[in-house]
Write a protein that binds this ligand. Structure first.
Ligand SMILES: O=C(O)C(=O)C[C@]1(C(=O)O)C=C[C@@H](O)C=C1
Length: 140
C-alpha cells in the first residue's frame, strides 16, 4: 500500500482544527501529547511525525520546513561562533585598557556599537547590541 501525505507527515489535510490536522486526536480519543507523556513516563519513546514536528499540513511543506530549519541551525552555529569570537576580542581590548590603568567600560564606544546595530536592524537591533555588550563586558 502507498503511504498517503497524511501518513507520511502526520498531517491531515482536510481538517480545520489545528490539533486534528497535526494528528493529536486518535479514534480512541488519546491525544498526541497525552500519549507522548505516557510514553515518557513509561520510559518508552514515541516518534513525532513530520507534520507534528514542523506544523506543516502537507508533505511538500514539511520538506521545505525541514530543509530550511537545517539551514537555520547551521546559521545559528555560525552566529554563536562569531559571538564567542567577539567576546574574546572584546576581552583583549578590556584587558589592555585595565592593565594600562583605564576602566573596563567605555560608554562612548558602547553608544557607537548600539548605533551601528540600530542603523542596520532598527529598534530590536539596539536590544540585541545591549545583550552582546552584556555578554562581552567583564570577561577577563
Ligand atoms: O571597544 C572597546 O573599547 C571595548 O572595550 C569593547 C566593548 C565591546 O564589546 O564592544 C566592550 C566594552 C566597552 O564598554 C565597549 C565596547
Amino acid at each position: 500500500m502507498t503511504a498517503t501525505a497524511t501518513e507520511k507527515t502526520g498531517a491531515t489535510e482536510h481538517h480545520d482544527h489545528p490539533d486534528a490536522a497535526q494528528g493529536s486526536g486518535t479514534p480512541d480519543g488519546t491525544g498526541t501529547a497525552e500519549r507522548a507523556g505516557a510514553a515518557e513516563r513509561a520510559g518508552t519513546t514515541e516518534k513525532k511525525g513530520a507534520g507534528e514536528r514542523t506544523g506543516a499540513r502537507t508533505t511538500e511543506a514539511a520538506g521545505v520546513i525541514s530543509g530550511a530549519r537545517e539551514r537555520i541551525d547551521a546559521l545559528d552555529d555560525r552566529i554563536i561562533g562569531l559571538i564567542q569570537e567577539r567576546m574574546a576580542v572584546s576581552a583583549v581590548i578590556q584587558e589592555a585598557r585595565i592593565t594600562s590603568g583605564g576602566r573596563r567600560v567605555n560608554l562612548s564606544r558602547e553608544m557607537e556599537v548600539l548605533g551601528r546595530y540600530r542603523e542596520a536592524l532598527g529598534k530590536p537591533g539596539t536590544a540585541l547590541a545591549m545583550t552582546l555588550l552584556e555578554l562581552c563586558r567583564g570577561r577577563i
